[in-house]
Design a protein around this ligand. Structure first.
Ligand code: NDP
Ligand code: OXD
Length: 307
């Protein structure tokens, strides 16, 4: 099986050994006649010359396997006629669980209340997790993993998704009607939705106003989910207590962007969860073998929905 590695050069050394170990029958390459490849492994950043990715010459490829979970950068690419699969990786999910749990605990425990200023604030006692309501927008692979971890810690967790997907231990909200009801109970809101035409600017001024006053918003999903100006206005007005933002409309976040200097914002540089080569190579190998055997592919992207 010949596989083209359509990923930035810098990632070759990290990925090639894991991919070859997981799939010894694979001939992995970054060059050669595109029409000779059976499959393509892709990640944003390719090609490095700044041109849009062109999948048209890969006429024989049975699958384009993304190393990223979010596929908004290629799902609408007109040259991409091959089946597109996104990344679902146990390491990625664990990273997202740890990131979200860490920031939820900072919000929940009010860790920022204990300034090192000589003041003994023993009247500030955090509630227990079962007195705290956390809402997750997006009950996909990552939202479910995060929700179950938080529910396991005792939080009152609710999840919102297009289908109103039921997850044990998590209150389910679905569709347009369910969104306001979910937001009204979100003392801590975690946004884990994909970037699609339907999710862009979802958290606008009107929806931010539905949140309980002074709550936290944690966004490791995509920057486009939130109206930046409305977010800053909500923070300035005290409607929102704090925002932890990992993803942005422009990345890297420009040095002059007001998020950097706003005291109510914590910026992390799109590090919430990385695709881990050691675990993800096994997922990739499985899908490549399925493609070669003509079996159903896993984590196939629905082009119409955009995720
Ligand atoms: P999935 O595709 O598994 O899940 C997406 C979820 O969003 C589903 O529950 C889906 O609903 C819901 N959804 C999609 N569109 C809508 C809508 N219009 N209204 C309501 N719900 C909607 O994705 P993952 O959980 O694997 O990943 C989620 C996102 O996390 C990625 O797309 C990516 O943007 C981001 N991400 C960020 C990383 C980081 O490091 N910051 C790392 C990895 C991913 P339904 O279940 O009904 O289909
Ligand atoms: C992803 C990401 O989508 O890292 O995988 O954001």
């Amino acid at each position: 099986m010949k596989v083209f590695f359509a990923v930035r050069d810098a990632l070759w050394d990290e990925w090639a050994p894991h991919l070859r170990a997981a799939c010894p029958e694979m001939e992995l390459s970054r060059e050669g006649d595109p029409a000779s490849f059976d499959a393509v492994i892709y990640a944003p950043g390719w090609p490095e010359d700044g041109h849009a990715a062109d999948f048209a010459p890969f006429t024989r490829a049975r699958v384009v396997q993304s190393l990223w979970a979010g596929v908004e950068r290629i799902v609408g690419n007109p040259t991409l006629t091959q089946p597109l699969c996104r990344m679902v990786d146990p390491g990625l999910a664990r990273g997202m669980v740890e990131y979200c749990t860490g920031w939820v605990m900072r919000a929940h425990l009010g860790m920022d209340a204990y300034a090192q200023d000589g003041v003994w604030r023993n009247h500030v006692v955090p509630p227990l997790a079962d007195e705290r309501s956390v809402v997750i927008l997006g009950m996909g692979e990552l939202g479910r993993a995060v929700g179950q971890a938080l529910a396991g810690l005792g939080f009152r967790v609710a999840g919102w998704s297009a289908s109103g997907r039921e997850v044990p231990g998590i209150a389910a909200f679905g569709g347009a009607d369910g969104l306001p009801r979910a937001l009204q109970r979100a003392e801590i809101l975690v946004t884990l939705l994909p970037d699609t035409p339907d999710t862009r600017d979802l958290m606008d001024a009107a929806r931010l106003a539905l949140l309980p006053r002074g709550g936290w918003l944690i966004n490791p999903g995509r920057g486009t989910l939130i109206d930046d100006d409305a977010l800053i206005a909500a923070l300035d007005a005290g409607q929102l207590g704090h925002a932890v933002l990992d993803v942005f409309r422009t990345e890297p976040l420009p040095p002059t962007h007001p998020f950097w200097s706003h005291p109510g914002v914590t910026v992390t540089p799109h590090i919430a969860a990385d695709t881990r080569a050691a675990t993800a190579a096994v997922v990739v190998a499985d899908n490549l073998r399925r493609a070669m055997a003509g079996q159903p592919l896993r984590y196939l992207v629905d082009r119409a929905r955009g995720y």
